[in-house]
Design a protein around this ligand. Structure first.
Ligand code: XMP
Length: 512
């Protein structure tokens, strides 16, 4: 139980998680709550503030999300953003005008009143708008505190209570308030004590793990990804030799993955990592399968088989640790009709339900950036922590059609050249995810004096905040030319290098 928290009610905005992260950046714990759960017992225990998110719906013809009285019972400060502001207006008899078109983009915001929420904010700033309906008349007993030259009111405040509504989005960096609006709400209005710090999170988790696990043993599937690595690090710190990590090589890993893990955990004395090479088994079972979903299923099932047989060898294991993080928890809680852009989760791992083992998930309250900070503080090497995400089914989603060992080897070599060059040119940390995709087609090339037929690979690099939407990374042309030449010169099976410039949506990040 947390001593204090801010609740973010999720009305289906693409920015809900961003709001939550902005609160966490202010060293304050927050939880994302679905509107259906507002009435649940204990939902508001220890809540020091509430933020109502934006959302794609309209309050004018739909009462589904009308705010219940319970929300206002204890005078907890409330900030409504966009749709959240419209809900507040509707509750207190303001006027909301329906619109068929969206106002989207930058607007100049003028602060009209000196109120706590605008402390330290310039009198005139650029603000990010993304809304359809507008509030055209302030509700009873509310004042307008900011406006833009666009239609409708931009910010309002209750004359008596700490209830605010703002039409723009303070959580996105396009709103140039230097983070002050959320800072003011969290610190000056909700009066957070600011004790959600990396050190406190680590200390609290370590005692929680010790209390739960006691003398039992824990097993953990270590993949080389950030989440399982940080979960391993914190559990190891808590119970040391009672943890056994199992690293399964499924033949679909990147080049030198095992070495990267060994290197990443170099400073962890006595950490038990069992390396299992099951690549032959995985690749045999994948033979002749071309359907992407089928490939995923085979890999998932094989992983469980191997993991289970390894886990059986650890006699006293009563716990299975997983690197589940907060976005996974939120996404599975959100109802499917409301969350408009849901990341598909097809993580390989876990054990069948019939096995008698308890789940330990020390990162389930944390966002990825918090997990990374924890990892660094716990002593994992930054290179491992700052790696781009890598999907559970590995290279199987990056080899189109049948997965073959020779294809995987070609892809590994090409991808390694690409990724190394991104590091060399200081581009790696500017990109959210980069990788190479193998096409099982042949294309003509000239090598030496003759014609040759080689395979084609495609480079993919995207920038994204949440992996639900993404933009292609804008490479300098010199880089592309150099990397393509290097790949073709060093991987003889490859004759051609392409670049994927699609956004998500409509494309996805992986190719499958
Ligand atoms: P898509 O291709 O759906 O990918 O745009 C979004 C993000 O999810 C990652 N991804 C996975 N991650 N297990 C994972 O842990 C999976 O099965 C999986 N499939 C896709 C993908 O790499 C991207 O970051």
């Amino acid at each position: 139980m947390h001593e204090e928290k801010i609740l973010v009610i999720d009305y289906g905005s693409q920015y809900t998680q961003l709001i939550a992260r902005r609160i966490r950046e202010n060293n304050t714990y927050c939880e994302v709550l679905q509107p259906e759960s507002i009435n649940k017992k204990n939902a508001f225990n220890n809540a020091i503030g509430v933020i109502l998110s934006g959302g794609p719906n309209s309050v004018t013809n739909d009462n589904t999300y009308d705010l219940p009285d319970i929300l206002f019972k204890n005078n907890i400060p409330i900030l409504g953003i966009c749709f959240g502001m419209q809900l507040i207006c509707k509750k207190f008899n303001g006027t909301i005008q329906e619109s068929t078109s969206r106002e989207y983009g930058k607007a100049e915001l003028k602060v009209i009143k000196d109120v706590k929420i605008f402390e330290g904010v310039d009198k005139s700033i650029e603000a990010w708008m993304s809304h359809g309906d507008s509030v055209t008349k302030s509700p009873d007993n509310f004042s307008v505190i900011a406006s833009t030259n666009k239609k409708g009111l931009s910010a309002i405040k209750s004359n008596e209570k700490e209830i605010y509504g703002i039409q723009f989005h303070p959580e996105v960096t396009h709103t140039l308030d230097k983070g002050k609006i959320i800072y003011n709400f969290v610190n000056n209005i909700c009066k957070s004590s600011g004790n959600w710090t990396t050190k406190n999170i680590i200390d609290n988790q370590i005692s929680a793990i010790r209390n739960e696990v006691k003398d039992d043993h824990v097993i953990l599937g270590l993949s080389g990804g950030v989440d399982s690595s940080v979960a391993a690090a914190i559990i190891h710190k808590a119970i040391s030799k009672q943890l056994t990590c199992i690293f399964i090589d499924n033949g679909l890993l990147r080049l030198n993955e095992k070495n990267q893990v060994e290197e990443g955990f170099k400073d962890f004395k006595n950490i038990k990592i069992i390396y299992v090479d099951s690549s032959k088994l995985f690749l045999n079972r994948l033979k002749d399968i071309i359907d992407p979903e089928e490939k995923r299923k085979v890999i998932g099932k094989t992983f469980i088989d191997v993991f289970q047989s390894e886990a059986k060898k650890i006699k006293k294991a009563k716990w299975l640790a997983q690197g589940t993080i907060y976005p996974d928890v939120i996404e599975s809680a959100a109802s499917s009709d409301k969350a408009h852009l849901i990341k598909s989760h097809h993580n390989v791992g876990g054990l069948p339900k019939n096995i008698n083992i308890k789940l330990l998930e020390p990162l389930r309250e944390l966002f990825k950036d918090e997990v990374r900070k924890l990892g660094i503080d716990l002593g994992i090497k930054p290179k491992l922590i700052n790696r781009h995400p890598f999907p559970g089914p590995g290279l199987a989603v990056r080899i189109l059609g049948e997965v073959r060992e020779d294809y995987a080897d070609i892809l590994r070599n090409a991808d390694d050249i690409f990724i190394k060059m991104l590091h060399d040119k200081n581009l790696y940390n500017k990109i959210s995810q980069a990788f190479t995709v193998f096409m099982p087609v042949k294309s003509v090339g000239v090598t030496g004096d003759g014609r040759s037929y080689g395979n084609v690979v495609t480079l993919r690099a995207v920038k994204t905040i949440d992996f639900m939407t993404a933009k292609p990374f804008d490479f300098p042309f010199d880089f592309l030319e150099e990397v393509s030449t290097k790949i073709i010169n060093n991987v003889p099976e490859i004759s051609r290098v392409c670049l994927d410039i699609s956004s998500k949506p409509p494309a996805t990040i992986e190719w499958e």
